[in-house]
Design a protein around this ligand. Structure first.
Ligand code: SF4
Ligand code: SF4
Length: 306
């Protein structure tokens, strides 16, 4: 997990973190503001110092997607995200080995220059590349090296990431039978989305301290399009009742919906956390490959009718 460290030895560099870097900036739960019946007060930031977050190239690239959703999705920036995001700088961790299920190279998230320092870990110490002058003094007493940080250029797992060219194709894919199997396989636990580097779904809840409901706090809590109740609207109606409909929504949002909104490619950095967390052993790359097959099938049907 991501948590505060106090010395070099506490950095875990041999494993992929279970949860994504996003939890530093958007905690699992946070109070946004406190209210009474006639006024409200914004919550204070618990952490007032700057935050240096260690992550890999895919993790840092995932923050671009988080920024789009919280800061560029409409006229208003999310102030609660922004106040924390502004304090964050990145320390790139070199990928000296790859983890099961990584496919960053298939989605182009294997390289980044968005870091203040880059670190190549070794048993006896570390090579550190300092890009941001603010960090120069910390390393001034150490020797120089011409070692260059490397990036993964090929993964063992290769994914043919699907491209859905327009809304018409997305709607045809919605009606494809490929989703049906997930009614039996997926249990809608949401583990894949909570661990995902790029998912941002949350719920807001008013917690009242008094019976009249006029004094309390509003909390934002991490949630998931996969869990029951997430899509419930006033009156109790739900738009995606079946698990296959929730799963389909999640996948099509990552492949098509986000790109249709921002025109920057998939909402996925290939970190592999979703598949690693799934208790039902549902492989996200396997779903993507099926989706590519379904797209091909629809195109071929169209061509044969032309
Ligand atoms: S969908 Fe899976 S592979 Fe893609 S960013 Fe989310 S957790 Fe990583
Ligand atoms: S982790 Fe697996 S079982 Fe749980 S919601 Fe995601 S795909 Fe379904």
């Amino acid at each position: 997990m991501y948590k505060q460290i106090h010395k070099y030895a506490e950095i875990e560099f041999r494993e992929r973190s279970t949860y994504a870097m996003k939890e530093v900036i958007t905690p699992i739960t946070q109070t946004l503001f406190y209210f009474t019946d006639d006024e409200f007060r914004e919550s204070k930031m618990e952490e007032t110092r700057d935050i240096l977050v260690f992550g890999r190239a895919c993790d840092i690239n995932a923050m671009k997607i988080q920024d789009q959703i919280y800061l560029e999705n409409g006229d208003e920036e999310d102030p609660f995200y922004l106040r924390r995001r502004e304090k964050v700088k990145f320390a790139l961790m070199e990928c000296q080995e790859q983890f099961d299920g990584c496919f960053c190279c298939s989605v182009g998230s294997n390289i980044t220059d968005n870091y203040s320092v880059a670190v190549s870990f070794g048993e006896g110490g570390a090579y550190v590349e300092v890009k941001d002058e603010a960090f120069g003094d910390f390393f001034s007493g150490y020797g120089e090296s011409d070692y260059e940080i490397t990036f993964p250029m090929e993964n063992a797992l290769k994914v043919d990431f699907p491209v859905i060219e327009n809304l018409d194709m997305a709607n045809r894919l919605k009606a494809h039978p490929m989703w049906d199997e997930f009614d039996a396989r997926c249990i809608a636990c949401g583990a894949c989305t909570v661990a995902c580097s790029t998912c941002t779904c949350f719920e807001t809840t008013d917690i009242t301290y008094t019976q009249n409901g006029k004094v309390g706090e509003r909390r934002r809590t991490c949630s998931s399009c996969m869990v029951d109740g997430f899509d419930q609207v006033a009156g109790g109606a739900c738009f995606r009742k079946k698990i296959s409909e929730k799963y389909r929504y999640k996948i099509l949002h990552k492949v098509y919906g986000h790109d249709a909104r921002f025109r920057t490619g998939p909402m996925c950095v290939g970190c592999g956390r979703c598949s690693a967390r799934c208790p039902q052993l549902i492989g996200y790359p396997e779903t993507l490959n099926k989706l590519s097959g379904a797209i091909e099938e629809i195109r071929q049907k169209e061509a044969s009718h032309a």
